[in-house]
Design a protein around this ligand. Sequence first.
Ligand SMILES: [Zn+2]
Length: 103
Amino acid sequence: MLRNLLRLVAIFVVIAIVRVVVGMIVNFFKGLSTAPGERESPAASTGPGVPLSAGLLVKDPVCGTFVSVGTSLQKSVEGETFHFCSAACRDKFKGKVQGEPRA
Ligand SMILES: [Zn+2]
């Protein structure tokens, strides 16, 4: 009777130790896997379908092409900055602002 009790206690102690050790191992691997993931998550949240290497992409309001802010032609109209893929688009937009109907 007492032997069985001791055996039961021993089993519980072993289970408790195993759980603690497994928990430590799981937390260790969780820490390894979340570190690079945290670095990627802010960039991934910038938007669907936007290549990260191209920087911030904005839509050319004239032709609808997405252009990189760094490489686009920019024009400020009434305090708002617009980005264009080419000088032709930029010039067309100038006309639109003056009230030209959409082509
Ligand atoms: Zn364009």
